[in-house]
Design a protein around this ligand. Structure first.
Ligand code: THU
Length: 170
């Protein structure tokens, strides 16, 4: 797993490795994750994306096995909109503050091209997801894809955000 903070000690150079698992199609995913990715694809349909025409759906699996969802919600005042991943994770935190998150599936599509490669979450969403991982003290697996094609899995948000900002610095 990637590291949250560096133990810099006397080292002058540090190599950070990230581990990704690549699945060729949804049918290669474990059954519970197939279901989760299908929910993320359905959630995409409820995106409100009149400005970008870029639709993202995210689905979250809790340890209770419940699934929650989110999609990107845009606004005419552009920065007021929010990404699918943060809609999903904040919605989950608001509804189920004491439940652990096991996995998040993300799928993106665009009206201007077929997205057939994995689309990773933006930096702000990585930061937000990392906080929930830290809060629950157990890793959250992230699976992401475009509209079709391969799916990338990371076992922890930290694999997408090494050296992220951490509440312990506050
Ligand atoms: N978007 C997401 O929902 N998730 C991301 O990780 C990146 C971008 C949304 C925000 C905006 O509504 C649209 O995609 C284009 O940036």
């Amino acid at each position: 797993m990637a590291i949250r903070t560096t133990n810099i000690s006397s080292l002058k150079k540090i190599k950070i490795e990230t581990y990704l698992e690549v699945f060729e199609t949804i049918s290669e995913l474990p059954k519970d994750i197939q279901e989760l990715m299908n929910k993320a694809q359905q959630a995409r349909e409820n995106a409100y994306a009149p400005y970008s025409h870029f639709r993202v759906g995210a689905a979250i699996r809790l340890t209770s096995n419940q699934i929650t969802i989110g999609s990107n919600q845009e606004n005419a005042a552009y920065p007021s909109g929010l990404c699918a991943e943060r809609v999903a994770i904040f919605h989950t935190g608001a509804l189920y503050p004491n439940q652990e998150i096991k996995a998040i599936a993300i799928s993106a599509s665009s009206s201007s091209q077929v997205l057939d490669e994995p689309i990773g979450p933006c930096g702000a969403c990585r930061q937000s997801m990392a906080e929930y991982e830290q809060k629950q003290k157990s890793p959250i697996a992230i699976y992401f894809m475009g509209e079709t094609g391969k799916i990338v899995k990371v076992a922890s948000v930290l694999d997408l955000l090494p050296l992220g900002f951490d509440a312990k610095y506050l």
